[in-house]
Ligand binder design. Structure first.
Ligand code: RVK
Ligand code: MG
Ligand code: MG
Length: 332
């Protein structure tokens, strides 16, 4: 099995790779098979650059290293690292603008949409929280919520973030040689109501008719796995491929489980389905990398990830520092 450090790197580089590949076709409908073959092929040349998913993930890594875990500092990092050309959700853009204008981190997310954002932006960036707080479930859930509510105040947006962090954390602790996808889902199904209750403590009690949508989607995903995989149009229709958290987080968890030892194929399915491809591929990569380690992804693709900006070398150096921090804490 990969070492802990390789798994930690796998979680963040998997997210980076999914983002960088998925962004090439973000927002399109279902893709033709020739485009998929081209992206998949070892010789595929692209800029290897990243979008808001990775940019915000980097902010979480920096914030964790500087002072764990302080949402005010993370909000500041979101502002410092922001580049509009990387493509942010409109709610996220507004939150960052309000932060720049001096509004408090604890107020801005309430202003992004009525009831707060339920976009998948909290989940897309959350890998470092799942990887870092693997040793304490309460801290994991609490800090996953705190990292989410800076930009996402809608309970569905926050719950998506926490479920993703929880899934990444669980994957990190498992051995791919004995991994059982149905057991993994059963844990999430069992935990969902507790996680939801915890989210309400930091947001508000959501009474919409879709308040149990995650539970419903996780059970659907279990049905799909028990059917030994179903066609992607059905997955798209029933679990979603949009930038809403409740229409993408469980899709990513399902694609990861379907391809748990070959997560690059899960990423390619995310890309094949169209819609929010960078973000869904990013989430598949984060869980798949945490389970298997960075070595599970095709080397030629990892080699092409950019080093410009806060690129691959920087992200890897932050992973090593997080690892060292965990050692210094005595949890490894
Ligand atoms: C551009 C109505 C809502 C809503 C609410 C919808 C990047 C909006 C990344 C919104 C990801 C979108 C994505 C995303 C991450 C959310 N009522 N509609 N209460 N809450 N939406 O803007 O960081 O790609 O259509 O908060 O979560 O690659 O624009 O941003 O794909 O969900 O953006 O939510 O987005 P935002 P985000
Ligand atoms: Mg993006
Ligand atoms: Mg996206």
């Amino acid at each position: 099995m990969a070492t802990f450090l390789e798994k930690l790197k796998g979680g963040v580089i998997g997210a980076f790779l999914g983002d960088a590949l998925g962004k090439e076709v973000e927002g399109r409908k279902r893709l033709p098979e020739e485009s998929i073959k081209e992206i998949e092929s070892p010789g595929y040349v692209w800029d290897g650059d990243y979008t808001d998913d990775t940019e915000m993930m980097i902010s979480i890594m920096e914030a964790l290293l500087e002072r764990e875990f302080d949402p005010e500092l993370l909000a500041q990092k979101f502002v410092e690292n922001y580049h509009s050309y990387r493509g942010y959700g409109r709610g996220a853009k507004k939150v960052i603008r309000l932060l720049k204008e001096g509004h408090s981190w604890s107020e801005v997310a309430k202003l992004s949409f009525p009831g707060g954002s339920f976009g998948n932006g909290a989940a897309m960036r959350i890998a470092p929280i799942g990887l870092f707080y693997f040793y304490d479930e309460n801290l994991l859930i609490k800090n996953a919520i705190l990292s989410s509510i800076i930009t996402h105040y809608h309970p569905l947006g926050v719950e998506g973030g926490v479920l993703m962090a929880y899934a990444i954390s669980m994957a990190l602790k498992k051995d791919p040689r004995t991994f059982l996808p149905i057991d993994f889902l059963d844990v999430l199904i069992e935990k969902e109501a507790d996680i939801r209750e915890e989210v309400y403590k930091y947001t508000y009690r959501y009474e919409g008719e879709d308040k149990e949508i995650y539970l419903y989607a996780l059970k659907k995903a279990k049905g799909f796995l028990l059917e030994n995989g179903v066609n992607l149009s059905r997955v798209k229709r029933q679990l979603g491929t949009s930038s809403k958290a409740h229409r993408s987080v469980v899709t990513a968890i399902y694609l990861f489980l379907k391809h748990f030892d070959t997560p690059f194929e899960g990423m390619m399915d995310a890309i094949r389905m169209g819609g929010d491809t960078d973000t869904i591929a990013c989430m598949v990569g984060a869980i798949g990398g945490a389970l298997n380690g960075m070595g599970v992804f095709p080397t030629e693709k990892i080699d092409r990830l950019t080093d410009e900006g806060k690129g691959k070398s920087y992200v890897l150096s932050l992973s090593e520092k997080l690892y060292k921090r965990l050692k210094d804490k005595g949890v490894l």
